[in-house]
Design a protein. Structure first.
Length: 416
C-alpha cells in the first residue's frame, strides 16, 4: 500500500517498497537532476550576453536574484514540508524550475531573464533541491543510515554537476543555448515521479511528545537564541558566496585568462566529480570526528586553494588542480551543517531550521554572483572578489571552532 503525506506510520510499514535504499536512490536522483542544470548556468552567460548585447552585470543580477530567492524560499518550503509533508513541495518546485528554464529559453529581455532564471528557478530550487531531499532523509532514514544518506544526497548533486557540465557545453556548442535549456526543462519533469519515494508524514514522530508540541515560533526563538546555531549560520554564508561566484563566473574568468571554453566545462565537471569523494568522505568522517573541526578545515582549505589558483599563471593543469581541491571541499559543508542542526534541535523542524541556515548561504551566493558581475564591469577584473572569498574563508574557519556539538538544553516538565 502506498504511503500518503499524512500517514504517520513508519516507512517500513506504511510503504514496503520504500526501503532505505530506494529512498536514497530516488532522493539522490532528484539532487542530481536539480543541481546539474544549475551548475551549467555560467556557460550560458557569454552566448546569451553576446546575442542580446548585455553586459555581464545583467546576467549576474538574474542569478544573484536566483540565489537570494532560493534562500528566501527555503525556510518557507521547509516549514511547509515539515507541516504537510515533502511530496507536494518537491513537485511544485520542479514545475517552477521547468517553467523558469522555459522562460529563460524563449525570453529576450533582461526582465524575462529575471523572471525565468531569477524568480522562478530561485523559488523552484527552494522546493525541489537537495535541501528538501536531505531533510526528508533526516526524517525517513533509520539512525544507522542517516550519515551515509546525507553524504550520498549531497554527493549526488555533485555527480549531476559532473555529468551536466560537459553535457551542457556540448549541447550549447552543437545545438545552441536555446536547445540546451529546452532539454534541461524536460529533464526537470522527471523529479515529479521520483519524489513519491520521499513523501514524509505531516507530523514527525521521531522526537517524542516535547518536540510534537513545539510550535514554529518556539523553534525559531530557540534556534536563534542558541549561540552555536548562530555561528553555524554565519559560517555558512561563506560557502554560498564562494560556490555561487565560482559557478557563475569561473568559466568566463578562464576564458578571459586565455583558456578554451571547454576547459571551464571540465573544471566544473572536475569539481562535481571530486565533490562526490569529498561529500561521501565527510559523511563518513562526521560520525568519527567533531563536525566543527571538519567545517573549519574545509573553509580554510578552500581559502588557501583560491590563493594558490590566482597567484600563478592559468594553465589547463592548474585549472584542473583547482577543480580537484575545490571539489573536495565544495558541498562537503552540507552534511555536517545539516547534521549539527539535527543534533542541536532534533528532526521535528529540521527542514525549517536548516532552511534558515541555507538562507544565510544564499545571501552569500547572491552577493558573490552580483559583486562578481559589478566588479568586472567596473574594473575589468575578478581579482577583488577572489581575495574577498579568501577573507571570508578564513573568518568562517575561525567562526566554526567555538560551536558546541550537543542537543539544546530544554526544561523537562516535572510530574505534579
Amino acid at each position: 500500500m502506498a504511503a500518503t503525506e499524512g500517514d504517520p506510520r513508519p516507512v517500513s510499514t506504511a510503504a514496503t517498497w520504500r526501503t532505505p535504499l530506494v529512498i536514497v536512490v530516488c532522493g539522490s536522483l532528484i539532487g542530481m537532476l536539480t543541481f546539474g542544470p544549475r551548475s551549467t548556468f555560467g556557460f550560458f552567460m557569454q552566448p546569451i550576453s553576446r546575442e542580446f548585447g548585455w553586459g555581464r552585470d545583467v546576467f549576474a543580477l538574474a542569478f544573484a536574484v536566483q540565489n537570494l530567492l532560493w534562500g528566501v524560499g527555503q525556510p518557507f518550503a521547509g516549514a511547509i514540508a515539515d507541516r504537510f509533508g515533502t511530496l507536494r513541495v518537491i513537485c511544485i518546485g520542479a514545475l517552477m524550475y521547468a517553467a523558469g528554464l522555459t522562460i529563460m529559453r524563449y525570453g529576450s529581455t533582461p526582465a524575462s531573464l529575471e523572471l525565468g532564471a531569477g524568480i522562478l528557478i530561485g523559488f523552484g530550487l527552494s522546493g525541489c533541491s537537495f535541501n528538501l531531499v536531505l531533510s526528508a532523509f533526516g526524517k525517513l532514514m533509520p539512525p544507522e543510515w542517516r550519515g551515509i544518506a546525507l553524504g550520498a544526497g549531497t554527493a549526488a548533486g555533485s555527480f549531476g554537476q559532473f555529468l551536466f557540465a560537459p553535457f551542457g557545453v556540448a549541447l550549447i556548442d552543437n545545438f545552441g543555448w536555446q536547445s540546451a535549456l529546452t532539454v534541461f526543462a524536460a529533464l526537470m519533469l522527471l523529479v515529479i515521479p521520483l519524489s513519491l519515494a520521499l513523501a514524509t508524514p505531516a507530523v514527525a514522530a521521531s522526537d517524542g511528545p516535547v518536540m510534537q508540541q513545539q510550535s514554529f515560533k518556539q523553534a525559531l526563538v530557540e534556534a536563534f537564541g542558541h549561540r552555536s546555531y548562530v555561528l553555524l549560520v554565519l559560517g555558512f554564508f561563506t560557502c554560498g558566496f564562494q560556490l555561487a561566484f565560482i559557478t557563475v563566473h569561473l568559466p568566463a574568468y578562464l576564458v578571459d585568462r586565455g583558456a578554451p571554453v571547454q576547459t571551464g566545462g571540465w573544471v566544473i565537471a572536475t569539481i562535481g566529480l571530486f565533490n562526490i569523494i569529498g561529500s561521501l568522505s565527510v559523511g563518513w568522517l562526521q560520525s568519527r570526528l567533531p563536525k566543527r573541526y571538519i567545517l573549519s578545515v574545509i573553509y580554510f582549505a578552500r581559502a588557501m586553494s583560491i590563493v594558490a589558483f590566482i597567484s600563478f599563471p592559468i594553465t589547463t593543469f592548474s585549472a584542473i588542480a583547482f577543480g580537484i581541491v575545490t571539489g573536495l571541499t565544495w558541498l562537503s559543508t552540507v552534511p555536517p551543517t545539516s547534521s549539527l542542526v539535527a543534533l542541536m534541535f532534533g528532526t521535528r523542524w529540521l527542514a525549517t531550521l536548516y532552511g534558515f541556515a541555507f538562507f544565510s548561504h544564499q545571501v552569500g551566493g547572491f552577493l558573490g554572483v552580483l559583486l562578481g558581475g559589478i566588479v568586472f564591469e567596473q574594473f575589468g577584473s575578478y581579482t577583488p572578489i577572489w581575495w574577498l572569498s579568501v577573507l571570508f574563508g578564513i573568518l568562517s574557519a575561525l567562526i566554526n571552532l567555538p560551536i558546541v556539538e550537543a542537543p539544546v538544553a530544554r526544561p523537562v516538565a516535572q510530574p505534579a
